[in-house]
Design a protein around this ligand. Structure first.
Ligand SMILES: Cc1cc2nc3c(=O)[nH]c(=O)nc-3n(C[C@H](O)[C@H](O)[C@H](O)COP(=O)(O)OP(=O)(O)OC[C@H]3O[C@@H](n4cnc5c(N)ncnc54)[C@H](O)[C@@H]3O)c2cc1C
Length: 402
């Protein structure tokens, strides 16, 4: 069994993998490019098998203690009149807003806290070179000293640069032409306990979600033909957003006015990652770096948690890492394929171009609040979250450590 494993990325997949490796008696080091744990982002939902993994980690109560207490999501018009609403308790808590919704940063913090005593975390550094030798991988870092590890796992997200060191020729990004900016703003009286979804003409969406920390999580999502906005620097992205949303109406001015002061502005081009294989030699990928399904699927966090659980479990089962990587991929591939079935049309339907289109969307959303239609709509829009027969792995009594 490998003893010394390097993980790149300390968000969800990386720390979850460190946790399970430790449970199976393997040591890990996590290297994160950011200088500290990144706590930004909106809520991520824990569904189906992802929720089961959290339970198996013994973290369910801790996760429940940190839920956002969001009561649901309301579609509003430019005068803040409610056009449709979906409660969190509808569909047994597995609908548009799930019963167990946490801020992404809160979940990352929970996983980091749970693992930091036995895992060696290095912030503010990244891998610059990976050379496989017969019995290990020689790793060079931007700042730290060179080191050899038994295995390396890349858990550094959709735009992973380290993935390009190993998998560039077999990686394909599927883009939706959709951009999203996430940032935290001060809470206003109008924010309440419901998320509010507002559509402006020109395929522009503003979503405001109350959090459990006394602030409001804003997101601006829009379809745009211009490529490469995600590669601009944050000030240029914010200038673009100010211009693009200047005429959007509703509470958008307040959102834009607070954007510049936000501590966690994060801008991304929404996409998926498709890799024809998830390992090469002694190097494997997990989470968004391997099989990002995009926020449109609502499955990113579950895939990351389940992937980490299965990868560590298979490494504990197989003395040869090649067999373990093969079993990891065989177990996960059908689940991932299903989660990645997101229609190209979905973001276009959710962000109409014209006022007439928005009125139509609000009418359809209003109809979809009826339980039977809602159940059907959820089945259509969200891939099934428990479409995997989660294996049970024997956990070693002797654990790894720093
Ligand atoms: C700041 C932030 C905010 C997010 N907000 C949302 C949201 O609001 N809604 C949503 O659905 N999803 C959001 N996501 C994505 C979501 O976390 C993932 O889809 C999902 O949880 C799977 O997580 P992951 O750990 O595989 O990848 P990610 O969460 O993308 O994490 C990748 C980690 O790797 C680090 N990293 C990147 N490059 C390197 C490198 N070269 N070396 C070392 N480390 C590196 C990143 O800083 C990050 O910590 C966000 C991600 C981040 C990082």
């Amino acid at each position: 069994m490998p003893r010394d494993i390097l993980i790149s990325g300390a968000s969800i997949a990386g720390p979850a993998l460190a946790y399970w490796l430790n449970q199976h008696g393997m040591n890990s080091t996590v290297v994160e490019r950011a200088p500290e744990l990144r706590t930004g982002g909106q809520t991520v939902d824990l569904r189906g098998a992802g929720r089961t993994v959290i339970e198996r980690m013994g973290l369910e109560q801790a996760a429940r203690d940190r839920v956002t207490h969001e009561e649901g999501v309301r579609f509003v018009d430019d005068r803040d009149r409610v056009r449709a609403s979906f409660g969190a308790a509808d569909l047994d808590g597995d609908g548009f807003v799930t019963e167990l919704e946490l801020l992404r940063g809160e979940l990352a913090d929970l996983l980091h806290q749970r693992t930091r005593d036995e895992t060696h975390y290095v912030f503010g550094d990244e891998i610059t070179g990976l050379t496989e030798t017969g019995d290990g991988v020689d790793v060079t870092f931007r700042n730290g000293a060179d080191r050899r590890f038994d295995l390396v796992v890349l858990a550094d997200g959709l735009r992973s640069r380290t993935r390009d060191l190993v998998f560039a020729d077999i990686a394909r990004t599927r883009s939706f032409g959709l951009y999203v900016a996430y940032f935290t703003i001060p809470r206003a009286e109008s924010d309440g306990r419901w998320a509010r979804w507002y559509n402006a003409p020109g395929r522009r969406v503003v979503l405001l979600r109350p959090d459990n920390l006394g602030t409001t999580r804003a997101s601006l999502s829009f379809l745009h033909p211009r490529a490469g906005l995600d590669r601009l620097q944050a000030p240029a992205q914010q200038d673009f957003l100010r211009r693009h949303y200047a005429t959007a109406g509703w509470e958008t001015t307040r959102v834009l006015d607070n954007m510049g002061d936000s501590p966690d502005f994060y801008f991304e081009s929404v996409g998926q990652m498709h890799l024809t294989r998830w390992s090469r030699g002694r190097i494997a990928v997990v989470g968004d770096a391997a099989y990002c399904a995009s926020p449109l699927s609502g499955m990113g966090t579950s895939l990351a948690l389940v992937g980490a659980y299965v990868l560590a479990g298979e490494l504990s089962r197989h003395p040869d890492h090649r067999d373990a990587f093969h079993a990891y991929e065989t177990t996960m591939r059908p689940y991932v394929t299903q989660a990645q079935k997101v229609s190209w049309i979905a973001p276009r339907l959710a962000a109409p171009k014209t006022r007439t289109g928005i009125r139509l969307l609000n009418t359809v959303a209003g109809l979809a609040t009826r339980p039977r239609v809602s159940r059907l709509a959820t089945r259509f829009t969200n891939p099934p979250s428990d479409a995997i027969d989660l294996p049970t792995y024997h956990v070693a009594t002797q654990q790894g450590g720093k």
